[in-house]
Design a protein around this ligand. Structure first.
Ligand code: NAD
Length: 492
């Protein structure tokens, strides 16, 4: 059993109360590391350190070019360590090594991009209407950012927050998910190595239910950047509201993959599989509803089921595996519950429909790739996020009905449109209520492109130019050049 410490004020420390918790390998179904279980005292230690670092000369006095240089040095260190970090992610959260490796090799781009942006954060000179006055703006960091992240794609989703937050000059207290702490702690060592001053990045491991409130409501936390489920997101939002703190919330989804009869069917089927069986369906952008034009419904389902059935399940550390385990025991129970709910609601299970007991799955927490047809848009299986390899297929008659069904959910994270008709593609991309729309593609993201949710899928954007603004505040500065204070009883 490996024993880890967490990062506070540049030092590796146990929890103040000495408590730890076990982290489990989802493929082996067994614990493999012990991680500090932070308490309220640790939250205060970490936030105080981050606040001191924010005010201190080592970080505040660093010019933006040098700050950008630190981020880019970090990017190079991550690139050099990518495959090792990917292996730790797979051991910790059970996601495929092939996907984790690709993510880890791509993560440096965020630090390069936002590192490059650090010295291009500029204010404006306002052509002010008051005689004798000069008015300009400054873009300033907010202070201590609490970054709270989930267990799917742990390092990538943290990077989406840390890179812009640091580029803008903030300091960070990062609380990774209790189900994926180890990769965060290994990642933390690289910040030290890159030369970030102590306290600029702190990592607190522990349970959201135990330290989340103390962190979000800590008076010295200036902003909360959260990725996770919509219910937790709503709690975090209301806790942050007590302190009038800005938030970004990246929450769940019930995204529609919409297939028209003129689509390239083979591509659309592959897109549907990418949307729901890749990452074992554990992605916020999972295309968990396939809306299929009625004339091609049966052919589409036939091809989909064949591809889903052929997916190789097993050890996520093997390059040949295509579907790995569910990351956590409670999540597996939740996915299996939803499968039962769908059956009770009257949907027809045409693939999978329960736990996987293939020999190559060992003691892992597996669920068979599952497809339901005959799903009605108002069923729970069509409305609620499952976060597992469970697809609801819904037939539609025309474009209007496809749009109505696609938009008829409380979520609005992403959507896919499969058609050869450019007019249909354009109309759909305009009318879909989703933060991301892919046409004849699915599940592409980039450091260059804004990502975020409509409706209950979230607030704010990550990645791209927009993201840096989430970590800045604008100050308006006025100078009098005349040297005479006019009538003080009248507003100037
Ligand atoms: P979760 O909401 O259970 O936990 C997310 C994080 O919040 C964890 O670090 C957890 O410890 C912490 N937390 C829990 N209770 C808290 C509290 N009261 N106060 C503060 N923090 C608290 O989510 P999860 O199960 O880890 O992740 C899966 C969810 O994340 C899914 O709903 C998925 O759609 C969503 N997600 C969204 C995106 C996106 O970018 N939109 C990306 C990935 C995952």
């Amino acid at each position: 059993m490996q024993i880890y410490e967490m990062l506070i004020d540049g030092a590796w420390v146990p929890a103040a109360g000495g408590q730890t918790f076990e982290t489990e390998n989802p493929y082996l179904g067994a614990a493999w590391a012990l991680v500090p279980r932070a308490g309220a005292d640790d939250v205060d230690r970490a936030v105080t350190a981050a606040h001191r670092a924010f005010r201190g000369p080592a970080w505040r006095g660093l010019n933006p070019t040098a700050r950008g240089h630190l981020l880019r040095r970090l990017a190079d260190l991550i690139a050099a360590d990518a495959d090792r970090l990917a292996a730790i992610e797979t051991q910790d959260n059970g996601k495929l090594i092939t996907e984790m490796r690709a993510q880890l090799r791509y993560i440096p781009q965020w630090f390069h991009y936002f590192g490059g942006l650090a010295d291009k954060i500029e204010g404006r000179v306002i052509p002010i209407d008051k005689p004798g006055m000069v008015n300009f703006t400054r873009e300033e960091p907010l202070g201590v950012v609490a970054a709270i992240t989930p267990w799917n794609s742990p390092l990538m989703l943290a990077t989406w927050k840390l890179a812009p937050a640091l580029a803008a000059g903030n300091t960070v207290v990062w609380k990774p998910s209790e189900f994926s702490s180890v990769s965060a702690l290994e990642f933390g060592k690289l910040f030290e190595k890159a030369g970030f001053p102590p306290g600029v990045v702190n990592i607190l491991t522990g349970f959201g239910a135990e330290i989340g409130e103390a962190l979000v409501t800590h008076p010295r936390v200036a902003k909360v950047a959260f990725t996770g489920g919509d219910r937790t997101g709503a709690d975090v939002y209301s806790l942050a509201a007590r302190g009038i703190k800005p938030v970004t919330l990246e929450l769940g989804g019930k995204s529609a993959n919409i297939v028209f009869k003129d689509a390239s069917l083979d591509n659309a089927v592959r897109g549907a599989v990418a949307g729901i069986f890749a990452a074992t369906g554990q992605t916020c952008i999972a295309g968990s509803r396939a809306l299929v034009h009625r004339p091609i419904h049966d052919e589409f389902v036939g091809k989909l089921v064949a591809l889903g059935r052929a997916a190789r399940m097993g050890d996520p550390a093997l390059d040949t595996t295509q579907v790995g385990p569910i990351t956590t025991r409670p999540q597996r129970a939740k996915v299996l519950d939803y499968i039962e709910i769908a059956k009770t609601e009257g949907a027809t299970c045409v693939l999978g429909g329960g736990p996987a007991s293939r020999p190559e799955c060992g003691n892992g927490w597996f669920v068979e790739p599952t497809v339901f047809t005959g799903v009605k848009p108002n069923m729970r299986i069509a409305q609620e996020e499952v976060f597992g390899p469970v697809l609801s297929v819904i037939a539609f008659e025309d474009e209007e009905e496809a749009l109505e069904i696609a938009n008829d959910t409380q979520f609005g994270l992403a959507a896919g449109v499969w058609t050869q008709n450019i007019g249909t593609a354009f109309q759909m991309s305009e009318k879909l209520e989703a933060g991301t729309v892919w046409v004849n593609s699915y599940r592409a993201t980039s450091y260059l492109s804004p990502f975020g949710g409509y409706k209950r899928s979230g607030i704010g954007r990550e990645s791209g130019l927009t993201a840096i603004r989430e970590y800045l505040q604008e100050k308006s500065v006025w100078f009098d050049t005349v040297g005479e204070v006019a009538n003080p009883f009248v507003q100037r």
